[in-house]
Every structure is written in structure tokens, then in C-alpha cells.
Design a protein around this ligand. Structure first.
Ligand code: SF4
Length: 266
């Protein structure tokens, strides 16, 4: 039997010696003059680097069925995936199917959901989800975006998470990390998540959408933070027009990087 091949460890490319022009001048990194071809090339190069930096990128919510993922994703609003993963074992055992959610005792459901915050609204969504699935979809989670977004508490982001991770249908998950990072990469100047999704869909091959979303979200959670991005410890530094908006000193930046265990998976 042949020996298992260990992939070579990721080596971070050397960071630029000074911040990119956009960061130096404080101008937005999106350049409307950049040609679509140049932007597409940059995007695909960045995606390849992200794949090397985060080879373990994946959905950080625990689930075994489309229904479990749908419920977990609804619960993940305004809280961390880790918090959701703490309550879902009890929840999934107590409510194994859509009919169980539809007939749930509200007080009992709220008690289980309490640690995730906004538990009354979330209990409403989960009850409504169960009822809608039973009434309109025979208790099954539909595998089409246009059906998923008709369910209570389900928007395009949640629908794309479910499609991509439970049904293998490619989807871009435009959450807060995703939007922030693609704007920092200078791939879009849009703030509206639907417009962001449309623009990024033009840059990244469709079959990569789901895994690409995980890579970007991993990078946002671990390296390119909202307040203090770890530019000096970032493997994308050579390609990112926003390099320099966070500390570029490698020692300072390294301390800002969150390990998978410490990342808040929000
Ligand atoms: S950490 Fe800095 S260099 Fe890396 S992606 Fe974010 S803004 Fe760009």
C-alpha cells in the first residue's frame, strides 16, 4: 500500500513593502475603470490563494439533514455558529421533522432557543417554518431558491446556505463578512447584498460559489476582521487593494489572527 501523501504546508507570500494605493490615499478600493477581464482575473487569483490559505473551509453549522441546516441557519442570525451548535443537539432531538416544529409548544421551544438571543422571534420563525413546510411542501425542505425564500425567516442568504450545503446547488452566501471582504478586494462597490451577489456571480465560476463563500467567510472570521484586519499576516496582501487598512507589522498582525478554535464563527 502506498504511503498517504501529505500536502505541502501553506507558505504565505511576502507582503508588499508599503500599503496599496487605495489604502494609502483612503479611496475606496473599487476601481470603476478596471476592465471586467482584469477584475475577473484578480478575483480568480484571490480565490485560488484563499483555497490555499483555508483548505478546511466549510459550513460551521452542525447538521445532518436539509431541515436541520435550514433551522440552524435561521437561528444563526445575530449570534455565532458556535452558540447555535450548542442548542441544536437538544432542538433536533426534540423536533425531528417539520410536523414536530409546526406543533411545538411555544414556551418549551423558546426555552431551548434562549441562548441564541432574540428567542421569541426565532421561536416564531421556527414554528412558522414548520407550519409552512407541512402546509405547502409536504413537510419537506424545497430545493429551489424561489420556494425557499417564501418560507418565514428565510431570505436569499439562508436559502443559498441550504442550497449549497444540503442540496449541492451552488450558492453565494452574502453575509456581513462576505460583503465586507469583496468590497475590500475591490470587486464591487455595492452595499446591497443582492447586488453584491449578482456582481460576484460574474467573477467566480458557478461550481465554486459555495466553497468560495466558505473561504471568504473563514478569512473574514480569522484574518480580515471588521475593525482590525490583520494585513501584515494576510496571505492575500499582494493582491488586495486594501492592504494597509490594518496593521502591516507582521508581529502586530499575527496577534490579530484568530485560530479556528478562537474564531467566533459569527
Ligand atoms: S487583511 Fe488586509 S490585506 Fe488581507 S484581505 Fe483584509 S484588507 Fe486585504
Amino acid at each position: 500500500m502506498s504511503e498517504p501523501v501529505t500536502p505541502p504546508a501553506y507558505t504565505r507570500p511576502a507582503a508588499p513593502r508599503r500599503p496599496a494605493r487605495a489604502a494609502r490615499l483612503g479611496v475606496p478600493p473599487f476601481d470603476p475603470e478596471e476592465s471586467p477581464l482584469a477584475r475577473t482575473r484578480r478575483a480568480r487569483r484571490t480565490n485560488r490563494e484563499l483555497a490555499l490559505i483555508h483548505p478546511d473551509a466549510h459550513c460551521e453549522l452542525d447538521f445532518t439533514t436539509p431541515l436541520e441546516l435550514l433551522v440552524a441557519t435561521v437561528l444563526s442570525a445575530q449570534t455565532t455558529d458556535k452558540t447555535v451548535n450548542k442548542v441544536t443537539p437538544t432542538l433536533f432531538a426534540r423536533y425531528p421533522d417539520a410536523a414536530a416544529y409546526a406543533g411545538a409548544d411555544r414556551a418549551e421551544l423558546e426555552e431551548i432557543l434562549k441562548p441564541t438571543g432574540f428567542f421569541r422571534a426565532k421561536a416564531n420563525s421556527v414554528l412558522g417554518l414548520g407550519q409552512a413546510l407541512v402546509e405547502r411542501f409536504d413537510g419537506e425542505v424545497p430545493a429551489r431558491l424561489e420556494d425557499l425564500v417564501t418560507l418565514p425567516g428565510v431570505g436569499r442568504k439562508t436559502a443559498n446556505v441550504v442550497l449549497g450545503n444540503a442540496f449541492g446547488v451552488p450558492g453565494l452566501t452574502v453575509d456581513t463578512h462576505f460583503g465586507r471582504l469583496v468590497r475590500r478586494f475591490g470587486w464591487t462597490g455595492e452595499e446591497d447584498p443582492v447586488k453584491v451577489e449578482t456582481e460576484i456571480a460574474e467573477l467566480i465560476p458557478k461550481k465554486e460559489w459555495t466553497i468560495f463563500s466558505h473561504r471568504v467567510i473563514f478569512h473574514g472570521r480569522r484574518v480580515c476582521h471588521a475593525k482590525k484586519p490583520a494585513c501584515g499576516a494576510c496571505g492575500l496582501a499582494s493582491w488586495c487593494p486594501s492592504y494597509g487598512i490594518g496593521p502591516v507589522d507582521p508581529q502586530v498582525a499575527e496577534k490579530l489572527v484568530k485560530t479556528p478554535a478562537a474564531s467566533d464563527t459569527e
